[in-house]
Write a protein that binds this ligand. Sequence first.
Ligand SMILES: C[S@@+](CC[C@H](N)C(=O)[O-])C[C@H]1O[C@@H](n2cnc3c(N)ncnc32)[C@H](O)[C@@H]1O
Length: 196
Amino acid sequence: MARPGQKDPYGVRAKEEGYPARSVYKLKEIQDKYKLIRAGQRIVDLGCHPGSWLRFCSQSVGTGGLVLGLDVKEPTIPLSPNILFLQADLLTVPDETIKTWAGRADVVLSDLSPKTSGIKWLDHQRSLDLNLRALEIGFLVLIKGGSVVLKIFDGQGTKNFIKKMKDYFEQVQIHKPKSSRSESSEIYLIGQRFKG
Ligand SMILES: C[S@@+](CC[C@H](N)C(=O)[O-])C[C@H]1O[C@@H](n2cnc3c(N)ncnc32)[C@H](O)[C@@H]1O
């Protein structure tokens, strides 16, 4: 974590390595540990702007795979042929649109962040609302045995949310990336082996 006046080393590295956001290092840490993303897979990336995770996933799945990114804002990276972007609000997009666009996916990622207010319980609640919808989308598109990675601003509803995830995934783990800013309440919930 950079001190005031110091450059954020993850931000500098992201720029050098051609990623539009430092958040890519959180996904890389998760990938190093859980190895969820593989060549040839179909990955859904919810909240994909500006596109660091899209770029990383596109390189990881290769030309035989597909990355489907959704956001209200367009990515800032050029989209390679194995990326398909849908501009939509996750909270209002119809299930049918999602099913037609995404088909069946191996992994659903969500780095969705609500507009933050600075009020901890409110930001947690907004994050929870996004995650409930992201999880629903997981249920719509995931293959049996598939995985999810969901970012949540931690708070009092997290425990119940994890309980719900455990009904649908054989394993649910909590990951706090080293590259998360120390003041951030974000954690990542990793659900593996979707029961279908
Ligand atoms: C932290 S950014 C994602 C960064 C991305 N993972 C990357 O590496 O480039 C969170 C994104 O969530 C998106 N978002 C928040 N609420 C949304 C909603 N209701 N529907 C779609 N996207 C949403 C925001 O527009 C924002 O681009």
